[in-house]
Design a binder for this molecule. Sequence first.
Ligand code: GDP
Ligand code: GDP
Length: 499
Amino acid sequence: TLEEAMLANQKSIDFTELDINLLPTVMIIGRPNVGKSALFNRLIRRREALVYNTPDDHVTRDIREGLAKLGDLRFRVLDSAGLETEATSGSILNRTAAMTANMLARTQFAIFLIDVRTGLHPLDQEVGKWLRKHAPGINPIVAMNKSESLHKDPNSFAEAATEALKLGFGEPIAISAETGLGMTALHESLRPMLENYMAKVLDGKSSQDENLSQDNGSSKDDESKLPLQLAIVGRPNVGKSTLLNVLLQEDRVLVGPEAGLTRDSVRAQFQYQGRTVYLVDTAGWLQRGDRHKGPNSLSVMQSRKNLMRAHIVALVLDAEEIAKARRSMTHAEVVIARQAVEEGRGLVVVVNKMDLLKGPRNSALYKRVKEAVPQEIQMVIPQITGIPVLFISAIDGRGRAAVMSQVIAAYEKWCLRLSTARLNRWLRKVASRHSWKDQGSQTKIKYFTQVKARPPTFVAFVSGNAKLSDTYVRFLTKSLKEDFDMGGIPIRIMQRSVP
Ligand code: GDP
Ligand code: GDP
């Protein structure tokens, strides 16, 4: 039957060979102390986790992401300790809401942990309510953790399971994050879900994908309405704080005086044309002395982690320094700019203090700075053309619109989604329109699809064992950017063989 054929086909998915960017994300949710971190650690073993957030001094509220291995399954796992529903202070809630929206936008599945020894707790119900409200599409696997003592006693197990059913998410499984008990049950519950998801992704029909027959092209409306996370980075004294104040204006909402403020990931928020913009923390970016440090120095490594918090990175340079120096950017500035695009962030370069350039606006010096910066950016980041560079004086209080229009334009491109139908029509046109010398390459692509946005990521399905040449991939990237106005932001094209 067709169903059997599909099942057989699904069974063939080998998670170990999939690109990590394609893997689904499973979020571990639950009230404090149920064992979320313990399960997270078991799933990622000793692999390194990315830490997104440490907003509170008293409790660990990090959001960690890691690559999970469970038998032959591979997936990305998020530990959601930031969800604690007892958070009461306004700014913590705001922050949590932003993090939450951001996390949910990236999550397809959830493991809902409860503590079997304490029984159902009112906060468990809260977590359930939260999930239904914010992610009605996610049906979590309920796991009764700390079951190592219980599983020998069928009566207490049945009792706990009956109680867990009250959450309304179906039959629970019993696990112990600490001893590893129940990992087979977890694997059995997850595998069909993840396989189903992967089968759709590999068919170019990822669950978030729009109706394929529709030809409205892009559907950027949803994701680009999510709060924008902006990082302002640069060397000391280039004018970051000044720019920050210009952006905040009267909308200024300073994050309150709670403990841990300095380590908080969101420094402030403001509204711009109906959007919420979060200014994410840049502590550890470029500190004094970093100018001479190499790419492996601790602070540069730290900055790489911080990068993941931002959607768009505004790199601030100092026009006066540029006028004096031979190069527009210091080594550390180049490293940060490169890392931003390598991590898939949108980059906007802001050259500040233009008022300090001597002479009129048409002076040779003025002209030289305006030409030198875009040229140098193009030289150090050759893979992306059209990274926006703008020239301002933050000190005169203007420049807000100039900076924000570029930031939002970059964000909308970063969130862009193109339908598979449109992309494949485009692919055929590209093939006929351009006289491409490596003609063989296009015929090898069976079809082309966008698997995710933020940043836009595409998969080219190539027949047999053929592999697209780097030149051809660059050509596709360039054409995509030109034809769909995605210049200036990093986009990714991956390849996958199909028979
Ligand atoms: P989180 O707040 O949900 O992240 O919970 P933690 O992972 O920090 O765990 C809270 C406490 O429960 C810690 O003391 C853990 O050692 C303990 N714990 C976690 N998993 C298990 C388990 O499977 N069995 C038992 N007995 N204790 C566990
Ligand atoms: P940060 O260390 O990057 O946050 O830099 P600040 O915002 O503290 O600015 C450093 C110095 O540069 C301060 O004295 C600012 O007044 C000054 N500054 C910032 N923007 C401008 C500008 O557009 N023009 C001029 N002339 N000075 C500026």
